[in-house]
Design a protein around this ligand. Structure first.
Ligand SMILES: [Zn+2]
Length: 151
């Protein structure tokens, strides 16, 4: 006899710190993906589809939509030393000419951000990691600025 069925598997796809609306402060989170699997003898064999993703606060165990990760009441305060006051400056940070579209900026951003990804710079010395962190910050602020001021 063959026993078919389906089950849900949870896998952790990301971890970090976020602003938990329930803890009202920074808390560690785990981002999880729920997949439905076909089971044969109760062993998951075929991933059917990604059923969904959610973010769980590891402190209070509240569950949220993944969007919660972009919620940060402190985000609007730019860190010291990094300040963007003009579109030209924002585009230059993204290594683009002054007059470019938001889409081009997004593309450039995606290319550049990859180079400074924490995984990529993890093996480098502390100083280079700090440069990468700062550059990442600049890129984020530049893209934010462009999206806000250019339409
Ligand atoms: Zn929480």
């Amino acid at each position: 006899m063959i026993i078919w069925g389906s089950t849900h598997l949870r896998s952790e796809i990301d971890k970090g710190e976020f602003f938990c609306p329930s803890c009202k402060g920074p808390a560690p989170f785990a981002k999880k993906r729920v997949r439905k699997f076909f089971t044969l003898y109760f062993i998951p064999v075929i991933p059917l589809s990604i059923a969904g993703e959610y973010v769980e606060c590891e402190r209070c165990k509240s569950k949220y939509e993944p969007d919660v990760l972009s919620y940060n009441p402190n985000k609007m305060i730019p860190p010291k030393g990094v300040e963007i006051n003009s579109l030209g400056q924002a585009f230059r940070i993204l290594e683009l000419p002054d007059k470019t579209t938001v889409n081009a900026a997004k593309q450039a951003y995606r290319q550049l951000i990859k180079e400074y990804h924490p995984d990529k710079v993890a093996s480098l010395g502390r100083e280079l990691r700090e440069v990468a962190e700062r550059r990442t910050l600049e890129l984020n602020l530049a893209l934010d600025y462009i999206q806000e001021h250019c339409s």
